[in-house]
Design a protein around this ligand. Structure first.
Ligand code: OGA
Ligand code: NI
Length: 325
């Protein structure tokens, strides 16, 4: 375009759209197509959500198993205690029905019962801890975890695009990724202000996909030193960044602190899928995201090293800080 035609009082000559339309073309000429712009805008929004919040909510995602899974989890928690205990955690293990991360007699406790199960890959399943009551529970969980895997792969491919990365190695590694599912029950509490459903924490996953079955805001994220509630939207998936993506993006995206609060009258259920890439890929900052301006902040680790550090972390120290170079 030369300097003259930039004058906003004149317009360049382009074809008449009426004429164009009368020709009944099968395709719209490229100059009219705006898909790319829309996609670029959407990716930019995703980038800002991941960078500024570390969390976003997805509607119209098309995952059909969400409601069925919610019903099965509801039925499970409605069973008598003795029945639920058929699938209780074994000593020194997190998996199964019980309470999370109780390491001492003095420790303050969360107002939360849960069942935690490793779901994918299939060989990681400990089926003796998978409830057989309600009868459809296992089948529904199988379908649900496959759906969550598809969702994770697709979110990760958009996240890598949002970061300007062309390499699909990261998103593809979620095909062989690990998927652990935690189903939470937060019963009504006589003094909700004095307890927490889950203490503040950030997830050690790459991303976490949460479905909320409460009708009051229970999940909160820390943003600029304030707790901000997630308004539950029926059937929506809340996706948050975990420590693995924080490390891989060299801190461009951060794993947000979050917690759950409880209600005096109402119970709340949630289903949380922790998604990890394939154990065969290393966990460290992506080279393209580090340079002189953004020097490497986090260590390079194998998958095994990352989990070793997680399970042997000091509880009085921030886990993510312990991964700094
Ligand atoms: C979790 C978690 C929040 C919720 O399980 O890691 O953050 O609302 N749960 O259940
Ligand atoms: Ni969490």
């Amino acid at each position: 375009m030369d300097a003259k035609s930039k004058n906003l009082e004149s317009s360049l000559t382009v074809p008449s759209v009426q004429e164009l339309s009368l020709k009944n073309p099968h395709e719209v000429p490229q100059r009219y197509v705006r898909d790319d712009d829309t996609q670029r805008d959407e990716l930019h929004k995703l980038h800002l959500a991941c960078k500024d919040w570390g969390v976003f909510q997805m509607v119209n995602h098309g995952v059909s198993s969400v409601n069925n899974m919610g019903n099965e989890v509801k039925r499970f928690f409605e069973l008598p205690l003795q029945e639920k205990k058929r699938w209780a955690q074994k000593p020194a293990s997190l998996e199964g029905y019980g309470q999370a991360f109780v390491t001492s007699q003095e420790q303050k406790l969360d107002w939360n019962d849960m069942i935690f199960l490793k779901s994918l890959p299939i060989q990681n399943r400990n089926l003796d801890l998978w409830p057989q009551n309600p009868p459809q529970f296992r089948e529904t969980l199988e379908k649900y975890s496959e759906d969550m895997r598809e969702e994770a792969i697709s979110i990760m491919s958009f996240i890598t695009l949002a970061l300007g990365l062309e390499d699909t190695k990261i998103s593809e590694s979620f095909h062989e990724g690990l998927y652990d599912i935690r189903m939470n029950c937060y019963p009504p509490c006589p003094e909700p202000e004095r307890v927490l459903g889950i203490v503040p924490h950030a997830d050690n996953s790459a991303i976490t996909l949460l479905v909320d079955f409460g009708d009051f805001p229970g999940l909160q994220f820390l943003k600029d030193v304030k707790w901000v509630s997630v308004e539950p939207i029926e059937g929506a998936i809340v996706a948050n960044i975990g420590h693995i993506i924080e490390v891989m993006t060299n801190g461009i995206y951060k794993a947000p602190e979050h917690r759950a609060v409880v209600n005096k009258e109402k119970e709340r259920l949630s289903i949380v899928t922790f998604c990890y890439p394939s154990p065969s890929i290393d966990i460290g900052p992506v080279e393209k995201l580090t340079d002189e301006d953004n020097g490497q902040v986090y260590k390079n680790m194998t998958h095994a090293e990352y989990f070793n550090r997680f399970f042997n972390r000091k509880l009085d120290q921030s886990f993510i800080d312990s991964l700094r170079l």
